[in-house]
Structures are given as C-alpha cells and as structure tokens.
Design a protein around this ligand. Structure first.
Ligand SMILES: [Zn+2]
Length: 240
C-alpha cells in the first residue's frame, strides 16, 4: 500500500509570470499554531496579503524559511515581519530538516518534512531549472550532487518553488539527472570530434531550444563547460 501523505500544506502562487518562473513563485504555508512560511515570494502586495491571511488562519507565522536568496523567492520576506531562519545542513527548524542543495544558487536549501520535500528551484513542477555558471552563483557539479542527495531520501511528494507538486519524486529526479547527462554526452561527443567553437557547440547541443531562449542556453552551456573543466575533461583551446 502506498503511504497516504497527510501534510498540512497550502500553496499560494505569486502572480509574477515570466519565461523562467512558470506561473509564478510558490509560497508554502505549512502546519499551524504557528505556521511555517517557505519562500514568501516577490514583494507583491496581493500575494503577501494572501500569505498573511493563510498564516493567520493557522495561528500566525512562527517561522519563515527561504530555499535561496533569489528575489522571486525572498523579496517578500521583510513584509512578513519575521526574520527568516537560516538553518545549516541537517539542522531541524519547526519540524523541517534543512538539506544543503547548492547548484542553482550556492545558498540553496531544501526542506524535508516526513516524506515530503520543499525543493525550491532544485526541481520544478514543470520544465527544467536554470543552473548558471559560477559568475551567476551557480555550479552544475554541485547541482548534480544535490540531485543525487535528494535521490537518497525516501520521498513521496515534492513541493517545488514553481509549478505543481510532484507525486513521483524518484522518476522526476531521474528525468532531471538524465536531462543534464544527455547535454553533457552531446557536448563531449562534439568536443571529441574536434569542435572548438562555442557558437557551434551551442547550436549543435542546444538545437532544440527556441531562439528566444538561446541566451539562457548559452548560460547553461557555460555551466556545463565549467563542470567539464573542473573534472579535467575540457580542451583548453575553445574559441568564440
Ligand atoms: Zn532561483
């Protein structure tokens, strides 16, 4: 028999549509007397009113947690009037265990509650997340290790920072790992063949990406190149 999750979780989605945020950032109000707020979201008055109202009906806000410091998750924190807790890896706060999951951002945390996990931007409900190079505070090597770390946990539901909840965590984690490995395999194949032009590598390996997302793809490629470099697998003679 599959376990039936009984998590007292309310999702409020901020209205900040953009190409990278799906329908907007998710704020989660968890438990009661008092409630935990995970990722207040952007500083949108209507959204924050809804978060406060949800928390008030649950006995008020006891704890605020941030998965990471990107503005679409954290800007609204000041308006809630509760200092966010910044737990260390493995530390428990208000019944949730923080797991350090760097990669999308160096300060990224996931929060585990029983067999549920609030994943921030480590894993999204739709599409795939952006992992940038070091210049953007990202690390694809760290990101892959963070996915592996999540895979080792016994989880039955993921509550992502964007998009709907995920009821098949292991399959989604596998999909995320495979997606990055597919890019890496194609990148390595082109490099092995002798391709050294960044523009040509981008056009070949990210050939499925629409033109308006080509800049994002270039950022993703840079993160891949840094990972390969860290692993001693990147030729030193790339050109623009
Ligand atoms: Zn983010």
């Amino acid at each position: 028999m599959p376990r039936v999750p009984e998590y007292d979780v309310e999702r409020l989605t901020a209205p900040n549509p953009g190409p990278m945020t799906l329908e907007g950032t998710n704020t989660y109000v968890v438990g009661r007397d008092p409630a935990v707020v995970i990722d207040p979201g952007p500083s949108d008055a209507g959204h924050l009113d809804a978060v406060r109202a949800a928390a008030t009906s649950r006995g008020g806000i006891g704890t605020v947690l941030l998965t990471h410091s990107h503005g679409d998750h954290s800007e609204g924190v000041a308006a809630l009037g509760v200092e966010p807790a910044r737990p260390a890896d493995g530390e428990q706060v208000a019944g949730l265990v923080a797991i350090a999951t760097p990669g999308h951002a160096s300060d990224h945390l996931c929060f585990v509650l029983g067999h549920a996990c609030f994943t921030g931007d480590l894993i999204l409900g739709e599409g795939s997340t952006i992992v940038g190079p070091r210049a953007m505070d990202g690390s694809l090597g760290d990101y892959m290790r963070s996915l592996e770390r999540l895979r080792e946990l016994d989880l039955e539901v993921l509550y992502p920072g964007h998009g709907p909840e995920i009821r098949d965590p292991q399959a989604k984690i596998d999909e995320y790992v495979e997606h990055r490995l597919m890019r890496e395999r194609r990148l390595l194949a082109a490099l092995d063949r002798g391709e050294r032009s960044r523009a040509a590598l981008l056009a070949e390996v990210w050939d499925d990406v629409p033109a308006e997302l080509r800049d994002a793809a270039a950022v993703a490629m840079q993160a891949h190149l840094e990972k390969l470099q860290d692993e001693g697998r990147l030729p030193g003679d790339l050109s623009d």
